[in-house]
Each structure stands twice: as structure tokens, then as C-alpha cells.
Design a protein around this ligand. Structure first.
Ligand code: ADP
Length: 197
């Protein structure tokens, strides 16, 4: 069973994912982390990225130069679309391997900030959306990433509005008070693992 875990930047997806991981047999696939890892380690991907965005896409030490990529894709939607067209299929293939090698899992939590935006909600059996007020989310990300409110807002503008995600989700977690969040996580885990009579 694949459980999609999504929510806007700063809603608390990673915080919620950690809570789910405390339950036996739950495994996490964090799309963003895996994409970063693949961009650094996958030779085909590296070749395609260099061919499209130039050799400066990687540092002399062979590490992905995120500033270079960001400077190209964040000001030009067509370049972002090119990047996604290269990276998403590679992550998707990797996810399929991951699923195949975790057949024994209670369920796979598939964390992806842009689950709906990139169309990968389609292969999830259930979808959880994490929510929090916009002002709270901005504040959290400013603290976490040491950036300005404007930077956060720019990143938010590229994501779907929360209520659009909520309408297409099976479960919503309102993540403000962490104790209440943990209660909601437990309730959802119980729903997901209770077999109907
Ligand atoms: P996301 O993965 O959705 O971007 P994170 O889980 O990284 O969000 O949370 C963003 C920041 O806010 C992190 O520093 C995290 O520790 C903090 N945070 C998340 N949820 C809460 C909460 N309920 N109360 C206080 N801080 C929180």
C-alpha cells in the first residue's frame, strides 16, 4: 500500500513522517531527498543535466551545484519544466524499485511536496495532506532555512493552494500543536492498518 504524504512547504510533512516511522513496518520514501541523491549519483541523470543546463551544473568535485540550477529554473518556467522532465522519470523508476523491494512493509509512506502538482497522486492508495496556517508555515521555513518571508512566498506560489489539495485527500492532518498532531497520526495509522471484518 502506498500512502502519499503531501502538504505545502512548512506545513510539517517531514515532522509528521517521523511520527509515522515510529510504527512497526512503516517505511518512508522521501521524493525530494531521493531526487537530490539521484542527481548526485546517477550517471545518466548527470549526463542529461549537464547537456541541458551546462557543465556548471556540477562543481569541480562532482557535487550538484544547486545554486546554478536554481538560478536557471526559478526565473523561467520552461526551464523548470525541462528539469522536471529529466528528474521525475528517474525518481519514478527508482520509486518503482523501492516499492518492489519493500513488499513486506506495512505501508510505504511516499512524502512529496508536489504530489498533486506533478501527477504522482495517481499511484497512491490513500493520500494524507498536512496543513497549517500560511503565516505559521512562513515563520517555520524562515527559521528552518534562514531565509526571508519573500523567499518562502516565492516557493509557495509554485505550489497548489492548500484547499485544492484537501479536496483530493483521504486524510487531513492539522499540524499546529504537536501533541494533537501525534493523536491524528495515530488515528490515521489505525485506520490504515485495521482490516475490515
Ligand atoms: P515540511 O517538510 O512540510 O516543509 P517540516 O516538517 O520540515 O515541514 O517543518 C518545518 C519546520 O517547522 C521544521 O523546523 C519543524 O521542526 C517545524 N515544525 C513542524 N511542525 C511543527 C509544529 N507542530 N510545531 C512547531 N514547529 C513545527
Amino acid at each position: 500500500m502506498i500512502i502519499g504524504l503531501t502538504g505545502g512547504i512548512g506545513s510539517g510533512k517531514s515532522t509528521v513522517a517521523k511520527m509515522f516511522l515510529k510504527f512497526d513496518g512503516v517505511v518512508l520514501y522521501h521524493a525530494d531527498e531521493e531526487a537530490k541523491r539521484l542527481m548526485n549519483n546517477d550517471a545518466d541523470l548527470r549526463e542529461q543535466l549537464c547537456a541541458t543546463f551546462g557543465d556548471e551544473t556540477y562543481t569541480a568535485e562532482g557535487i550538484l551545484n544547486r545554486q546554478h540550477l536554481a538560478s536557471i529554473v526559478f526565473k523561467d518556467a520552461s526551464q523548470l519544466a525541462k528539469l522536471n522532465a529529466i528528474v521525475h522519470p528517474a525518481v519514478h523508476r527508482h520509486l518503482q524499485h523501492f516499492i518492489a523491494s519493500h513488499q513486506e512493509a506495512t505501508y510505504i509512506l511516499y512524502e512529496n511536496a508536489i504530489l498533486f502538482e506533478n501527477g504522482s497522486s495517481g499511484f497512491c492508495d490513500r493520500i494524507i495532506t498536512v496543513t497549517a496556517p500560511i503565516a505559521t508555515r512562513i515563520e517555520r521555513v524562515m527559521q528552518r532555512d534562514q531565509c526571508s518571508a519573500e523567499d518562502v512566498q516565492n516557493r509557495m506560489d509554485k505550489q497548489w493552494a492548500e484547499n485544492k489539495k484537501i479536496l483530493q485527500s483521504n486524510y487531513i492532518i492539522n499540524n499546529q500543536d504537536l501533541t494533537k498532531t501525534a493523536e491524528q497520526v495515530l488515528r490515521i495509522h489505525n485506520f490504515l492498518t485495521t482490516k475490515p471484518n
